[in-house]
Design a protein around this ligand. Sequence first.
Ligand SMILES: NC(=O)c1ccc[n+]([C@@H]2O[C@H](COP(=O)([O-])OP(=O)(O)OC[C@H]3O[C@@H](n4cnc5c(N)ncnc54)[C@H](O)[C@@H]3O)[C@@H](O)[C@H]2O)c1
Length: 276
Amino acid sequence: MSRTSTSGKFNIKDKVIVITGGEGILGGTLATAFASLGAVIIILGINEESGTRLKQDIAEAGGRVEFYKTNVLHRDELTRVSAEIVRQFGRIDALINAAGGNLSGATIGEHETFFDLDPDDFRKVSELNLDGTVIPSLVFAEQMSHQKKGVILNFSSMTSQRAVSRVAGYSAAKAAVDNFTKWLAVEMATKFGEGIRVNAIAPGFLVTKQNRELLLDKNNKLTPRGKSIIDHTPFGRFGEPEELTGTVLWLISDASSFVTGSVIPVDGGFSAYSGV
Ligand SMILES: NC(=O)c1ccc[n+]([C@@H]2O[C@H](COP(=O)([O-])OP(=O)(O)OC[C@H]3O[C@@H](n4cnc5c(N)ncnc54)[C@H](O)[C@@H]3O)[C@@H](O)[C@H]2O)c1
């Protein structure tokens, strides 16, 4: 057993951390926090403007950061970027699969039913959230297998565990991410050793770009859906992006060395509550 102190086990200084969707709200929050702890942050995403801006902000604050415009669904792009990271930094310590989210076309309208769902939209949201987690894992876990060390952190959601109305495709994809997290954890540990761990967080409800219109109206007041969520959250509030940081730090650091295949809720008690 390692004799490193408890606080030492949380140390991520000089770790090379790849964050897909790192230019988004949650990925960006993690990127900024982990850069301030001395990690090297590699942001991969398709939004060049936000990625470039975030890179600049982190660098101005003294952080080490790169941004590569990369689509998580394009294996060839990811493979090129992986080779470039290894050439520049020598290894990849962590992959955070934060690219994803619901797509507005895949949301069943307030007055619609399942029979109004367009299978093409279902496929698109499924592809982004499931394939968009599997394909980067294929590329970066291969590098980790050579190193015999590395961690993967996936983004699940409360929609994978409890039925949340109107978002069938997103929910199905996130449920598949939970399953894939467990599957890959077992595959890596049994074939490459305990140095490679795979876990996920399942955030509860945070107000971000992808769900703002569903949760708040134009006057920033709760929609009926937003109110229902708050009523089913023991903390009685939405989460803040910064509230994911501690759990993710634990999961990507040696502090969680005996944890693999887990999906950890970060949800103000939503998943524990029966509503009664
Ligand atoms: N916001 C919430 O309440 C909440 C709750 C549970 C889970 N999540 C999950 O957290 C993750 C991050 O969500 P967010 O709220 O920060 O959303 P966001 O839209 O701010 O961030 C997602 C990022 O992914 C990028 N992206 C989209 N498609 C891509 C592609 N094909 N290739 C590469 N990058 C791509 C976008 O450019 C964006 O920057 C998602 O997986 C989401 O499903 C969010």
